[in-house]
Design a protein around this ligand. Structure first.
Ligand SMILES: [Zn+2]
Length: 213
């Protein structure tokens, strides 16, 4: 299917290849076609690292995450968030699967931790909604940004980020927004002054470059 939704919590979509993210109930991964499993900073109490390592080995689990650091996630203390994030970077290295990053108000810490733990897999910052300076730091490290609903927010600087993003450094996603991925592609094509077909081809290339499937 032409459209690729790199990060969604839906489990099916008639018009797109979707990568479903699970942050609990990892057993259900077996019934999905492509998915990612991770311990989300908000929901660390729902799942153990052992459960993650066990289920993440399945071949339809194509990345680890979303995982990362979130300064607004008060349900999981900061030290535990850091420990879990480090463990998940090491797991991604061991399994040679990319990382999908959830990051809220902790970009310095996330970038530093990826370096300290020597992340050796592709790294995708999902739901990117920050400024061009930060995006450039991410791209310079060879990491990726994924864009979604924020592209529709008039006051957000993120449209400028997508406009200036190198073509091989980005993905598109719906996350938990009530919108179709084709609408996100349309908006992204408009911002980048290209057409949807060209975008479809580029994102298929990016997908093949990052995911080992
Ligand atoms: Zn999500």
């Amino acid at each position: 299917m032409p459209f690729i939704d790199i990060h969604t919590h839906k489990q099916a979509d008639g018009e797109a290849t979707i990568i479903t993210n699970l942050y609990e109930d990892f057993e259900s991964a077996a019934s999905l076609s492509l998915c990612t499993l991770g311990i989300h900073p908000w929901y660390a109490d729902r799942i153990s690292f052992d459960a993650l390592s066990k289920h993440a080995k399945q071949s339809n689990v194509i990345a680890i995450g979303e995982c990362g650091l979130d300064k607004l996630a008060t349900t999981t203390d900061w030290a535990l968030q850091q420990t879990l994030f480090r463990q998940q970077i090491l797991l991604a290295n061991t399994l040679q699967k990319p990382l999908i990053i959830h990051c809220v108000r902790a970009y310095d810490e996330v970038l530093k931790t990826l370096e300290e733990e020597n992340a050796q897999v592709p790294v995708i910052f999902h739901g990117f909604n920050k400024n061009i300076q930060l995006a450039e730091r991410i791209w310079k490290k060879g990491y990726y940004t994924s864009f979604g609903m924020a592209l529709f927010h008039e006051q957000s600087a993120v449209a400028t980020v997508l406009e200036n993003c190198p073509e091989e450094r980005f993905f598109l996603e719906t996350d938990n927004a009530d919108i179709s991925i084709s609408k996100i592609y349309e908006k992204a094509a408009e911002i980048r002054k290209t057409n949807t077909d060209a975008l479809i081809l580029q994102l298929q290339k990016n997908f093949q470059a990052v995911f080992n499937i």
